[in-house]
Design a protein around this ligand. Structure first.
Ligand SMILES: Nc1ncnc2c1ncn2[C@@H]1O[C@H](COP(=O)(O)OP(=O)(O)O)[C@@H](O)[C@H]1O
Ligand SMILES: [Mg+2]
Length: 277
């Protein structure tokens, strides 16, 4: 089953074609990786899917049980709220002076505001708001536990180790119960042990919570170890799409990363070479 269809997507910045007639599908409940050299258009794709940028051509459709939802033209807050698409950023967007728990409560702000009738019921201490508040705290504690941060619930985020902050960002996105989780280079800056722990966490989010994930990642051990499907971009165009095992030996992919045609006599494994780029 397909959760998201990207069809003929295009965007230019001035004269620069950042995405060119890009089409692919994201299967439900699976992890689809988007890879490609720097400047290939990966973050731009995320920015369009999540409503930060508007595409000049093409359509993005979310297939829900209630029927298809076209995302084009919708602003970011609408997509987060109504389409249930959450994202993490290439650089942290946590609130450093707030505690880990508080950051996860802020992520549920919309739900709490709704329960408070935009503050009247909250001020009056009505039962419905109290329950929503308790639920939000329970959910925050649940996700802190899933990412191994229970002991840091009351620690200001700015004083947490970098790897823990990245896990907290994933917890924050999951507090929104997203239909689609978009992760922009979640392994960037992690050491090898933290990368392995990240792979376990994202695999758990897939297996236990059935969350569909779109993963932009440079670390090929993460991509190859996790993805059900890989889409490869170069200069805004799709140059390959398939299972990780197909992609890692694809000549066009190897050329895009290494800048030269592979020598036919020497078997090339892209997974070993990509991290050098
Ligand atoms: N807001 C913008 N204005 C101008 N150019 C942009 C903007 N966003 C991205 N680009 C350009 O689009 C291309 C793709 O960028 P990006 O999507 O960030 O690549 P990637 O994430 O694959 O490294 C790059 O050449 C980048 O400079
Ligand atoms: Mg990027």
């Amino acid at each position: 089953m397909t959760l998201l269809t990207v069809d003929n997507l295009g965007i230019t910045f001035g004269g620069l074609v950042a995405l060119d007639s890009l089409s692919f599908t994201v299967p439900k409940g699976q992890i689809t990786a988007i890879i490609g050299p720097n400047g290939a258009g990966k973050t731009t794709l995320f920015n369009i899917i999540t409503g930060f940028y508007q595409a000049q051509t093409g359509t993005i459709t979310l297939h829900r049980d209630a029927g298809p939802l076209v995302l084009n033209g919708k602003p970011d807050y609408w997509i987060a709220r109504h389409a249930g698409i959450a994202r993490t950023f290439q650089t942290s967007r946590l609130f450093p002076r707030m505690t880990a728990l508080e950051n996860l409560l802020v992520a549920q702000h919309n739900r709490l505001m709704k329960a408070s009738f935009f503050s009247l019921a909250g001020l009056a201490g009505l039962a419905g708001f109290k329950k929503a508040e308790r639920d939000a705290i329970d959910k925050a504690r649940f996700w802190l536990e899933q990412v191994g941060l229970t002991g840091s619930a009351n620690v200001p985020v700015g004083s947490l180790a970098y790897g823990l902050q990245r896990r907290l960002e994933i917890a924050r996105s999951m507090c929104a119960d997203p239909a689609l989780l978009c992760l922009d280079e979640p392994a960037a800056g992690l050491n090898p042990k933290e990368s392995l722990e990240l792979v376990d966490l994202l695999a758990l989010i897939r297996s236990r919570f059935g969350a569909t994930q779109l993963l932009v990642e440079h670390d090929m051990s993460v991509v190859m170890g996790l993805s059900d499907k890989v889409v490869v971009l170069e200069y805004g165009r799709k140059i390959a799409e398939g299972a990780p095992q197909q992609i890692r030996h694809d000549p066009a992919v190897i050329r895009a990363y290494l800048g030269e045609p592979p020598d036919e006599d020497i078997p090339v494994d892209i997974a070993q070479d990509l991290d050098k780029c």
